[in-house]
Write a protein that binds this ligand. Sequence first.
Ligand code: NAP
Ligand code: MG
Length: 498
Amino acid sequence: MAVEISARFLAQTRTTLAAAPLRLFIDGKWVDAFSGKTFEVRDPATGLVIAHAAAGEAGDIDAAVAAARRAFDVGPWGSMLPPARRALMLRLADALEASAEELALLDCLDNGMPVNIAHFFAVNVAAEAIRYNAGWIGKINGETPVVSMPNQHVYTLREPVGVVGAILPWNGPLGMIATRVATVLSAGCTIVVKPAELTPLSAIRFAKLAQEVGIPDGVINVVTGFGHTAGQALAEHRGVDKITFTGSTSTGKSIVRAAAGNLKRVSLELGGKSPVIIMPDADIEAAIVGASNGIFWNSGQICVAGSRLYAHEAVFDQVVEGIARRADSLAVGSGLDPANDIGPLISEAQRERVKAYIGSGVADGATIVAGGNVIARDGYFMQPTILTNTRPDMRVVREEIFGPVLCAMRMSNADLDALVSAANDTEYGLSAYVWTRDLSIAHTLARRIKSGSVRINGGVDLDPALPFGGLKQSGWGRENGREGIELYYETKSVSIKL
Ligand code: NAP
Ligand code: MG
């Protein structure tokens, strides 16, 4: 659905955002940070400050965790029966959908993503995740195992893990908070969310909607602020039972260290360097479109970006020319203009990082066949870029760039062993893309590639029903599907001698 933001709505939203600093949401109340500090929120399409948000720190995290604990232990939430909890979640999903245009505008201004994509996230990812997970309420139950000892009656109880801390990235702000809240509420837990400091706006609006539909105080708390203060305090907090983290692999490792204090449960959705394999028998035009979207969508700032292309030599030139043509024709610009396909990178630092990666690739001997440059205008825009003559030892091939940069590698024969070892030659293991019409090759690769998901011929990326997560250094655990909710349950065994 094409979304047109009217000039009036845009002006109103800008005025509201600029009027006063955005506050923390703790225990159902909107409060300033204890320190009184705020931080600037910028529009990456212009580089201008559009809002200020409260910079929560350890004391604010303490207050939020205490509120979440009360809501879990003694509030109405813990004893609420499934139909009431489900009804609240469905109301929240409806509210998200009803506010989809506003939410999309906030993510567009805050993250830079095209408003149509942000709208798709609001309706098809955020609201749908909440509805899907509401459907699991009351359906995760214990078992009555048959044990080896005589005269025993045993059963298991499934109990919510408790207070959850969620530390989130900036690359899909509304989708992130909604999918995390969806599973947490479904399981009957409570949550303290620390959105990325680069994109706090839609999380704050999300909390307001949750309040408006009647989610009890303390069930959802949002503390905006920085990773090294608010994030670190949340990860370390002894009152938090579980952390769900989405972000970079290096921060994921510090989360694990911080969580060790009380051995809280940890799940991690981290980075990736996902391979795209194009076999000579594939529908090459479809593969070109898929590979191009897979690396340029959201300016490559997606964890599942297909950033390493392995194309068979028989089709390599055709594939690279096709993706280069698409790269050159993509309209890069403000996400507010529906004519633009991709928006800016998230920040000046990210743009400089991506630029430095392209420079390092060229210094290591790679050839730029499309893009390669920063776009000289306000905001943090970068051309969609393709590098060829890339080798497995180059930094551009090994490290996650998190930008619109594809490394294309020519595979010299159809030897599957060589392909598999090239695809698996990475410390990451998030996703993989295979393009072939040969069923045997497709399913063989699906088995042999070490990644949390394998998508064949354009298979679905993200769906609330499909477990999602990474092997190796791409993370721990699976969000989405039944497994996603299981992350928020503990199992208790009960036995009685008869
Ligand atoms: P990041 O720097 O790791 O930040 C993620 C979150 O962690 C932010 O809220 C950040 O706060 C916070 N943080 C930073 N340092 C922390 C610390 N020491 N303790 C606690 N929290 C801390 O990642 P990013 O740059 O925002 O996001 C990009 C990365 O996320 C990429 O590597 C991408 O692959 C990954 N990602 C993965 C998935 C997935 O599902 N697998 C999805 C999206 C993104 P600040 O806001 O202050 O930085
Ligand atoms: Mg960051």
